[in-house]
Design a protein around this ligand. Structure first.
Ligand code: 5GP
Length: 118
């Protein structure tokens, strides 16, 4: 089972506006902002507004509207803010290396990325 959602995580604080982020896009269901420690020339994170710990949690519990709104936000940001091609990544849970317990999709772009991230 997924851990309970922790309202004190750093992305919850960004959603509430308690701490700043370099926002690039938002809609009713999602917020996109630049990663604070970019690992590619373009490194944007897209998060759902709802309280979902991970991809696992979101894909199981979110409404169809939330899933559509979030997915369209990822696509919109990728189309509007990045160059020819990009990589999407959602680290999930302990074995997936997830550090922040609020679902986030990484968008990496801006240069040829090679076959895999380390
Ligand atoms: P994870 O390892 O959980 O998939 O990735 C978490 C990401 O969040 C990392 O790439 C990290 O640089 C980013 N991050 C952590 N704290 C902050 C923050 O306060 N602001 C922003 N913009 N990004 C953050």
């Amino acid at each position: 089972a997924t851990q309970p959602y922790d309202d004190a995580n750093i992305f919850a604080k960004i959603l509430r506006g308690d701490i700043p982020a370099e926002r690039v896009y938002e809609n009713d269901f999602a917020l996109a902002f630049h990663d604070i420690a970019p690992q590619a020339p373009v490194h944007i994170l897209v998060i759902p507004r709802g309280p979902y710990v991970s991809w696992d949690d979101f894909s199981a519990r979110a409404s169809d509207a939330e899933i559509a709104g979030f997915t369209r936000a990822v696509g919109h940001v990728a189309r509007e803010h990045v160059g020819p091609g990009y990589r999407l990544l959602a680290n999930t849970g302990g074995h997936g290396g997830q550090e922040v317990p609020h679902l986030h999709v990484h968008i990496f772009a801006g240069a040829p990325l090679g076959p895999m991230l380390a």
